[in-house]
Ligand binder design. Structure first.
Ligand code: ARG
Length: 398
């Protein structure tokens, strides 16, 4: 019986060549292609996969599962890798891995394969996720071990084997896109001093070319789930995010330029676009702080965003640690209902208003007007006790 493998297949040059390469090595290849909101037409994928040698081609729309089960918990954790990157590409890997494992079981395949290289993070995320879900499956990563050095050799190989590849002018960038955002690397971006050329950006307009008038957008939340944009309800979170990408993208919001620490020890220069995600991060953070008491909010900020971002980035999605952190942020999210008003202008997003039925903001306590209900004398006694250690320190100093 032929060895059977489920291959994560994008339809690009690399994965098309992989289909044939695996077939040559004696594998029976079934391709798996997911719609995660990459904005590409996938109707031609099955024909393309078969023409490259696949025996079966699966195409599946998993946008909503991606948004609900992967993007939403990460938003609730306010996780940004190294304080900047909203983990767009990192988040799709565990979900795609879950699907590879599912179809491997369904089609009785002992192998899964992916097209990641040996110096990136994605190989780690794919393999750790697959092993966590089924330790008996073997993972093959042809790009790590095959003989091709240059792209031309792959094109040559493809031609020789009648693999359909579009002979387009080679784009200098490596791009990974889904509904949560776009990651762009390679080409001119490899010089960290050079400003990213405008053609590197895929879904945002440059702030210089953005409208001269600001646009206001109101995002509504119910129990920690974004449910509306400008009063319009969305039953699908994926649709809401795509709409916010449009709105914020046309104001140049969501561009990120950073040098980041990869898992394999390399620093790499990456740029990202995540207009919708960053609007949601701003909004969620603001509403969370409005409805959460100080002790809990400070604990959350010290312990969750950085840890969560690291575990997503480092391929540790399928761990009890992630589930436990989700339970924590899930508890806090129960109160995150209400609306946040944001202003988009020339590349910037700022919260300008918020309201919630669970708000802990008490105007009578906060006000400096005659309505003030705060006991000012209590402030005197509080300060005396709170400041006592400093008084003691001060005595030692003098
Ligand atoms: N550096 C980012 C990450 O590790 C993006 C990787 C995107 N992959 C790509 N093929 N461009 O999550």
């Amino acid at each position: 019986m032929a060895k059977r493998v489920i291959l994560a297949y994008s339809g690009g040059l690399d994965t098309s060549v992989i289909v044939r390469w695996l077939t040559d090595k004696g594998y029976e290849v079934i391709t798996y292609t997911a719609d995660v909101g990459q904005g590409e037409e996938l109707t031609e994928i099955p024909d393309k996969a078969r023409a490259s040698g696949a025996v079966e081609a699966i195409v599946e729309d998993i946008k909503e599962e991606f948004a609900r089960d992967f993007c939403l918990p990460t938003l609730r954790a306010l996780a940004l890798y190294e304080g900047k990157y909203p983990l767009t590409a990192s988040l799709s890997r565990p979900l795609i891995s879950k699907k590879l494992v599912y179809y491997a079981q369904k089609f009785k395949a002992d192998y899964v394969a992916h097209g990641s290289t040996g110096k990136g993070n994605d190989q780690v995320r794919f393999e750790l996720s697959v092993w966590a879900l089924n330790p008996d499956i073997e993972v093959i990563a042809p790009v790590r071990e095959w003989e091709f050095k240059a792209r031309e050799e792959q094109v040559e190989y493809a031609k020789r084997h009648n693999i359909p590849v579009k002979v387009t002018k080679e784009k200098p960038y490596s791009i990974d896109r889904n509904l949560w955002g776009v990651s762009i690397e390679c080409g001119p971006l490899e010089d960290p001093w050079q400003e990213p050329p405008e053609d590197a950006y895929q879904i945002t307009i440059s702030p210089e070319k953005a409208p001269d008038e600001p646009e206001y957008v109101t995002v509504g939340f119910e129990k920690g789930v974004p449910v509306s944009v400008n009063g319009k309800n969305y039953s699908l979170l994926s649709e809401l995010v795509l709409e916010l990408n449009e709105i914020a993208g046309r104001h140049g919001v969501g561009r990120i330029d950073m040098v980041e620490n990869r898992l394999v020890g390399i620093k790499s220069r990456e740029i990202y676009e995540a207009p919708g995600a960053l609007v949601l991060y701003e909004a969620y953070r603001d509403l969370l702080s409005l409805v959460t008491d100080r002790f809990t909010f400070h604990y959350f900020l010290s312990h969750v965003p950085h840890e969560y971002a690291k575990l997503v980035y480092e391929g540790l999605w399928f761990t009890p640690l992630r589930e436990a952190l989700d339970a924590f942020t899930g508890k806090l999210s129960e109160y995150v209902s209400g609306e946040v008003r944001l202003k988009l202008f020339k590349g910037a997003v700022s919260v300008v208003g918020r309201r919630s039925p669970n708000s802990l903001y008490v105007e009578d306590l906060a006000t400096y007007s005659e309505k003030d209900a705060f006991d000012h004398l209590a402030g005197k006694h509080f300060t005396k006790v709170w400041g006592l250690p400093l008084k003691v320190l001060g005595r030692r100093r003098t």
